[in-house]
Ligand binder design. Structure first.
Ligand SMILES: Cc1cc2nc3c(=O)[nH]c(=O)nc-3n(C[C@H](O)[C@H](O)[C@H](O)COP(=O)(O)O)c2cc1C
Length: 171
């Protein structure tokens, strides 16, 4: 897929066909996250990759919107140092968002679906994923081949009209 097609094909995929993802493709998705920019190039993100079925099922209980993690082929947890103030919290969220999106586009490029999940129960997430005190996880990226239909460019995404969103020369 070229970049524009990968970007237009990405959608939240929450049902997977059960096929495993080749390790080299998971590595490429992780490399996409590793390559993502970060404020002052601090690169404070770490990634925990989960492929064990029982661990995925446990992880799917950290949030009411995480059910799809249970049947994913792999899930990547984005882990970040806890913020000390509002500014680092905002920058940290931005850094994690950039990495998340870059991994999702890399997945789409490989025909692999991805689905976000937030984290509700942080103690449970820490216990399952084993990251140290002082870190937190706010985003899980579930991965797998779509069960419904292959990824292809979406002509009419469910979005506010572009002309309403874009303001040229001022609001
Ligand atoms: C910060 C963030 C948190 C999200 N959390 C969840 C979640 O917990 N569970 C879920 O199923 N989807 C989650 N989503 C996915 C959004 O619902 C989805 O991106 C949005 O509805 C647009 O659909 P699309 O990704 O298919 O274009 C999240 C997305 C973002 C950006």
């Amino acid at each position: 897929m070229d970049t524009w097609d990968a970007l237009r094909s990405r959608r939240n995929v929450r049902q997977y066909d059960g096929r495993p993802i080749p390790p080299e493709d998971i590595d490429r998705i992780l490399e996409a996250g590793w390559r993502a920019p970060s404020a002052s190039n601090k690169q404070s993100r770490d990634y925990v990759v989960v492929t064990d079925r029982q661990q995925l099922e446990e992880l799917s209980r950290v949030w009411q919107g995480a059910g799809h993690v249970a049947s994913s082929a792999a899930t990547i947890a984005v882990v970040y140092p806890e913020a000390e103030d509002e500014r680092s919290s905002a920058l940290g969220a931005f850094d994690q968002g950039q990495a998340t999106m870059q991994m999702m586009i890399a997945a789409a490029d490989l025909g692999i679906g991805s689905g976000h999940s937030a984290v509700g129960d942080h103690e449970m997430a820490r216990r399952i994923l084993g990251y140290p005190d002082g870190y937190r996880c706010d985003m899980l990226i579930a991965l797998g081949y779509p069960a419904d239909r292959p990824l292809r460019p979406i002509e009419h995404p469910n979005r506010r009209p572009l002309a309403e969103v874009v303001h040229r020369g001022g609001w």
